[in-house]
Design a binder for this molecule. Sequence first.
Ligand code: KE4
Length: 424
Amino acid sequence: MNSKAMESAVRVFTGGVNSPVRAFKSVGGNPVFISRASGSRIFDVEGRDYIDYVGSWGPIILGHADPDVVAAVCRTAANGLSFGAPTENETRLAELICEAFPVIERMRFVSSGTEATMSAVRLARGFTGRPIIIKCDGGYHGHADSLLVSAGSGVATLAIPGCPGIPDDIARNTLVVPFNDLPALEACFKEHSGQIAGMIVEPVCGNMGVVNPATGYLESLRQLCTANGALLIFDEVMTGFRGCFGGVSRLTGVKPDLTCLGKIVGGGMPLAVYGGRADIMAQIAPEGPVYQAGTLSGNPVAVASGIATLSKIKADNSFYDRLLAKSARLEKGLAEAASSAGIKVVSNRYGSMMTMFFAAAAVSDYESAKKSDTQLFARWFREMLNEGIYLAPSQFEAAFVSAAHSEADIETTVAAARQVFQRL
Ligand code: KE4
């Protein structure tokens, strides 16, 4: 399938792809080359269509080619693609983000989640004057040097141990603790007292598969960071707008010092955000000495996509009720299908993102996630693809439900799963 496209692609791109996790390496076969997409469906270059639960890895919460988003993008593009100068629409999008994330008092637009987290980490170090950053084992925050230590997502999928190219004196300033393990974190703060600039965490992990925080865990992170003069950075690139018109900070009341956003906030166009306490953001150039810049930061076309996406969600009072009900139905249907075939799975869900682990016991951190049967997952993935269901090609990723997924899509998916589980 799609082999002709792949033969051409591998002649010009390493692995034939522009991001490693797209390569189907851990599930086998050629990646699906997509020719177009609409609503909940993608269409490959050979004309096959699939119900899509990847949604570009999260951004496409409205569904593909949403008419209002496309119209806003086309209207804006007709007036110029990029100016390298401020526009009032950037302010409009930022105001929408402040409404959704009251913890973000000032922000900066960038072009990718990696830029957002990399900048937030640099800012935390600049603001505190301290060198060390803490992250969680299996947490993925993009591919900046400091954050590729024990990372999840594509690094986990490809089982890349550490990452060559990152000098030891950078890696040694990143400490790694298991998610949901407070004693390990307390020990870190004790051993490196006065040296820790901050902790960056996915408040709900999505890059080891979906793993929710244990009760009280996020509150304890807040207390430990405050007590030790370190900044708490929530990486909500994936969770932002995924479970509510805001993020995990809104749902839990835990207030990070800095927040990173991406994916949905750009509606599928290259736009990401870092922001938070005004006194911290004041350290960013041109007001402060911490430098960060970008030619296409706040790009007008990407901003138009973000405004159209967030405005459409905000205007729909039952948006999340409907989205979360469909997501719960999918989660339950898949679990029942597995159970009726006698296959042990564990399902973790946050809002409209979820992961079904081929595991027998609860998955609460990266170590337990890695106990999943990735071979069985690969067979499941390929069989579901043959049934016309496009899932993330990795056990350590999430499935995303969009507003465009119909009840019929969910039922079709569950029916396909019943067939496939019987064949595994
Ligand atoms: P980008 O640089 O890919 O825009 O964002 C990096 C990033 C940061 N933080 C979180 C929580 C993320 O999930 C991501 C990117 N997520 C992966 C999928 N799990 C993107 C897909 C890919 O790498 O191709």
